[in-house]
Design a protein around this ligand. Structure first.
Ligand code: COA
Ligand code: AMP
Length: 632
């Protein structure tokens, strides 16, 4: 260990000064069918491509390669379900065989290179198998988180235009079963794709489709039994591996595209150097395959590295208690855990002194990584105290696919500063700029931007929409990618990420768009206009709250309207929006050009300093709103 950070600084400097040399070096960790002769081609639209002349298969690198090296008997995936009480381990040999056969099932459904496969599944092994099987064929998967309802699923179906849907009977939330098939049915109808083949992994205990409804169903088990294994199909490094939809500022989600080559290179670099996880280590990411964290670090990262990945179906609390995480660490000898701060806060709330830790031997645990939202200082100290291991925050987003800022534990563990995810990772040239793009002084908050090109593994574009990619990320600051986050640097270059500059909010580590919620609320017959803002929440970081102006003559009691709006958002977006509060107000504060002052509303609700913009149309509106916004 070199606590001076010299090794880190040298690597970071080299990655920016000689990106070709640095990333071609990192690319040697991948087994290519055609190795790259150059790292980056900036002439390829819209913002350049990594490893433009190389070919590989990501599934081969994640599975077959380890079997061929004699590690077929090593555990690849441990599925631990706190919901069913079942644990199952798949070796690399077994997982390769299953994935190859499920790839055969997909191929029998006509799926080939470049086709899309939409996966709507909870945290069951078949979700990972389906992802890897699509990758094996050179197809493009798009996983949709199970907490999204039919409306969101339909939008993704329409945009990705898949050849097949892979799903299951349902998922399990504490105290209730989530029936997936009615949702899939409704979404397919909304998207006018009723005839699409739907491969269903049946799980016991679910009701299935109500009588009278039908899907073009293929039974997972029966199809698998009859399928011949499919071999990995080499694809171009620049071909998409997956599309993952994420919230933007508008109601329409953005289809973040991940390529095959850059992704494999970046994830392999990160497993070794950022997380210090190597072949044979046991690694657990407590997230969901529906999020980027699940894509990168439940499925691809650990398997590419030849490690053992734990896939957990359950919650940090209530399944059955706040010792669930400690139990999983002990049962499987987990070396490092990656989770969201909200999960730690949930545990702390129930078991403030982590007394349940005493029941489990967590001696294998060496590091706790967190991301998904800012690791607040209080939770950082609490987790470090109770677990007695380094607690390492790192900052990234769906778009980047891996850490922008982190603490490279495998390379050169840097001193941790509470509240900071530490320093930029290789390939990221990070600056803090004001609204006009000028760099701000040390300690001053501004927009966090990244000089182009972004490193391998980051998004090359948005699915089917290069222009939206350029407009969303590259338009605001010439030559830079706008992260949408604000923050500042301290004198040592440590980055402090403070929050979003747009209408994206973060609820329990889940990224949501207030614009999407507003769009749904606005469809209610009694609503003239509305503003949804994310207000600070002790447990979940933020919570979406709606402020609604009624149409003239609308005859509905505020409580009834709230109930209807909550139900509407739950039905259209899904329970994950966690939208529980809608308040009727007389008017919304606006600028003279009609823009609702959401930021000012949020600042007032969070009781932080605010300045009312001079462009406000009617100052009286905001004064009248203050008692409503600050009411708890
Ligand atoms: N399918 C269906 N419903 C789901 C769901 C899923 N996959 N995931 C969540 N929901 C539901 C919940 O049951 C809840 O429903 P309710 O309103 O009926 O209670 C609602 O969506 C809101 O869920 P959530 O905000 O997650 O609240 P919670 O009280 O169930 O759990 C935490 C709180 C903190 C324990 C939980 O959010 C958590 O573990 N967060 C970590 C997030 C994470 O890993 N993020 C990934 C980035 S690293
Ligand atoms: P997602 O795309 O869902 O991963 O969400 C990305 C957003 O979550 C970022 O743009 C940040 O706003 C926030 N975020 C994620 N990780 C962190 C972190 N470690 N610190 C601060 N904010 C974070």
């Amino acid at each position: 260990m070199d606590p001076t950070g010299n090794k880190y600084r040298e690597e970071h400097r080299r990655s920016l000064g000689d990106p070709e040399g640095f990333w071609l070096g990192a690319a040697r960790a991948v087994e290519w069918t055609v190795p790259p002769t150059r790292a980056f081609d900036g002439s390829l639209a819209p913002a350049g491509r990594w490893f433009p002349d190389a070919e590989l298969n990501t599934c081969f690198n994640a599975l077959d390669r380890h079997v061929a090296a004699g590690h077929g008997g090593r555990p690849a995936l441990i599925h631990d379900s706190a919901m069913t009480g079942v644990q199952r381990t798949y070796t690399y040999g077994e997982l390769t065989e299953l994935v190859a056969r499920f790839a055969g099932v997909l191929r029998d459904q006509g799926v080939g290179r470049g086709d899309r496969v939409l996966i709507y599944m909870p945290m069951i092994p078949e979700a990972a198998i389906a992802m890897l099987a699509a990758a094996r064929l050179g197809a493009i998967h798009s996983v949709v988180f199970g907490g999204f309802a039919a409306g969101e699923l339909a939008v993704r179906l329409k945009d990705a235009a898949p050849k097949v849907v892979v799903t299951t009977s349902g998922g399990m939330e504490p105290g209730r079963l989530i029936e997936y098939l009615p949702t899939v049915h409704e979404a397919l109808a909304k998207a006018e794709m009723e005839r699409l083949p739907v491969i269903v992994k049946h799980r016991d205990g679910f009701a299935g489709l109500p009588g009278g409804l039908a899907l073009n169903t293929v039974d997972w088990d029966a199809a698998l039994a009859g399928a011949a294994p499919a071999a990995p199909v080499p694809v171009k490094a620049t071909d998409p591996l997956y599309i993952l939809y994420t919230s933007g500022t508008t109601g329409t989600p953005k289809g973040v595209v991940r390529d095959n080559g850059g992704h494999a290179v970046a994830l392999l670099w990160s497993m070794a150097n950022l997380y210090d996880i190597h072949a044979g280590d046991v690694w657990w990411t407590a997230s969901d395959v529906g999020w980027v964290v699940g894509h990168s670090y439940i499925v691809y990262g650990p398997l590419l590295a030849g490690a053992t990945t734990v896939m957990y179906e359950g919650k940090p609390v209530g399944t059955p208690d706040a010792g669930a995480f400690w139990r999983v660490i002990a049962d499987h000898g987990v070396k490092a855990l990656f989770t969201a701060p909200t999960a730690l806060r949930a545990i702390r709330k129930v078991d403030p002194e982590a007394e349940l830790l005493g029941r489990h031997d967590v001696g294998h645990l060496q590091t706790l990584f967190t991301a998904g939202e800012r690791l607040d200082v209080d939770t950082y100290h609490w987790a470090g105290r109770v677990l007695d291991v380094p607690v390492v925050d790192h900052w990234w987003q769906t778009e980047t696919g891996w850490a922008i800022v982190g603490n490279p534990r495998g390379l050169d563990p840097l001193p941790i500063k509470a509240g900071s995810p530490t320093l930029p990772m290789p390939g990221y040239d990070l600056r803090i700029v004001d609204g006009l793009g000028a760099e701000v002084a040390v300690g001053e908050e501004g927009n966090i931007v990244l000089r182009l090109p972004l490193p391998p593994g980051t998004l090359p574009t948005l699915w089917g929409d290069d222009q939206r990619f350029v407009d969303s990320y590259l338009g605001a600051f010439a030559g830079f990618y706008a992260t949408g986050d604000s923050g500042y640097l301290d004198g040592d270059g440590y980055v402090f990420v403070m929050g979003r500059t747009d209408d994206v909010i973060n609820v329990a580590g889940h990224r949501l768009s207030t614009g999407a919620i507003e769009q749904v609320v606005g469809t209610h017959a009694a609503v003239a206009e509305c503003a949804v803002i994310g207000v600070a929440d002790v447990l979940k970081g933020q919570k979406a709250v709606g402020y609604v102006v009624l149409k003239a003559g609308a005859d509905i009691a505020p409580d009834d309207l709230e109930k209807e709006l909550v139900a509407l958002v739950r039905r259209e977006i899904g329970p994950v929006a966690d939208f529980k509060t809608a308040v009727v107000v007389d008017a919304l504060p606006k600028t003279r050009s009609g823009k609702i002052l959401r930021k000012t509303m949020r600042q007032i609700a969070d009781r932080v300093d605010y300045t009312v913009p001079s462009t406000i149309e009617d100052r009286g509106v905001i004064d009248a709103l203050i008692p409503v916004l600050t009411r708890r």
